[in-house]
Design a protein around this ligand. Structure first.
Ligand SMILES: [Zn+2]
Ligand SMILES: [Zn+2]
Length: 143
């Protein structure tokens, strides 16, 4: 028996693609409170106006950089936002310090920009983008 021709699209992938097309209500993409734990180095927490709460760690956010270069890079390797790059095959595994932001700059009222410890700083993280990549159990369908 052959499984050729069957496309394996997981239900949650399909659901995610459907949500990407949906316009989110304004309260869902407007932060009521933003906490960026730069000193602690943990990550970002947002309480949204619709009562939802999202948290991301900095490494995740670095891997979810929305700039065109990172976006294309992810598309090409089939990674989701936040997914780490596969480590290059090497006999001597190198230690890579986890990404952390050196500077955090608000961009107007709609976004925030990070200058990362690896020197990258072209990604503008809009509130809408962040809400769409919320990692809570409800949004990722894991609870
Ligand atoms: Zn980028
Ligand atoms: Zn969520």
């Amino acid at each position: 028996m052959s499984h050729e021709g069957i496309r394996f699209v997981s239900a949650d992938q399909a659901a995610k693609e459907a949500t990407m097309e949906k316009r989110l209500p304004l309260e869902a993409v407007t932060p009521a409170k933003v906490r960026i734990h730069k000193t602690e180095g943990t990550g970002v927490e947002i309480d949204w106006k619709d009562g939802h709460r999202s948290t991301w760690n900095f490494v995740w956010l670095r891997n979810a950089c929305p700039c065109a270069t990172c976006h294309e890079d992810r598309e090409q390797s089939g990674r989701k936002p936040g997914e780490a790059k596969p480590k290059p095959q090497s006999l001597l595994p190198m230690y890579e310090a986890p990404a952390r932001p050196l500077e955090i700059t608000p961009v107007g009222k709609y976004a925030v920009k990070f200058k990362w410890s690896d020197g990258h700083e072209s990604g503008i993280y809009s509130w809408e983008y962040l809400r769409r990549v919320c990692q809570c159990g409800t949004c990722t369908g894991t609870t």
